[in-house]
Design a protein around this ligand. Sequence first.
Ligand SMILES: O=C(O)c1cc(=O)[nH]c(=O)n1[C@@H]1O[C@H](COP(=O)(O)O)[C@@H](O)[C@H]1O
Length: 238
Amino acid sequence: MADERLIAALDVHTMEDVERLVTTLGDSVSYYKVGMELFYSVGAQVVTWLREQGKDVFLDLKLHDIPNTAAGGICSMMRLGATMLNVHASGGYTMMKTAAERMHAEAEKMGIACPKLIAVTVLTSINQEDWEGLGQALQIKSAVVRYAKLAKKAGLDGVVASAQEAALIREVCGEDFLIVTPGIRPAGSDVNDQSRIATPFNALKDGSTHLVIGRPIYASADPKTAALKILEEMEKVK
Ligand SMILES: O=C(O)c1cc(=O)[nH]c(=O)n1[C@@H]1O[C@H](COP(=O)(O)O)[C@@H](O)[C@H]1O
């Protein structure tokens, strides 16, 4: 049966691929992530279709712009009916706060449920070397916690962060804060382009509330069995 903590990433670019994967996974997955590859290819119809199948949708378009533009983009995404949306925390406190306030006001005006708004901290593909190459002086962990605190202060519901920072974020941002974690790799699977990775078990144990998992499921020869194995591992942390 589905576990709402699992968000399967639909990193494909046709509706046929989406329909095939969602049908194959059936009741085992109830929450999907639509990212830029799919959204830029097929548009809003994928969100509508997933909602019609009774699925929750994390619309991951990682907005990063001036406050007015990012807030307008978030409101447009909200009108599509997604469950969760995101911006980059590096867009700054004012951008995050403006986006959250406008989203809440617009949801109230429309009389619809407000989606969760979360902030991407430091991408899970970034390692310490990449990070220093950007001229960043803080350790990645310290930067992630700083971004998480800013996101919380700005009124966001949580962050995207690796499992390696989850325990610290939980300590600083409290129990209700969402920690959505990509870079999940079951033991023995390919790391691909990720850097700060963890197994499903360790991520949940360290405080992640949701696991975003792409290739270990959709690129597997048998996606349903891969998902069921991950769900079995997740069951061990309740
Ligand atoms: O916002 C995201 O979802 C995200 C943030 C991040 O820091 N790292 C990251 O991998 N992601 C997304 O999570 C998914 C991970 O996919 P896999 O590496 O294939 O499991 C991809 O769709 C990424 O776009």
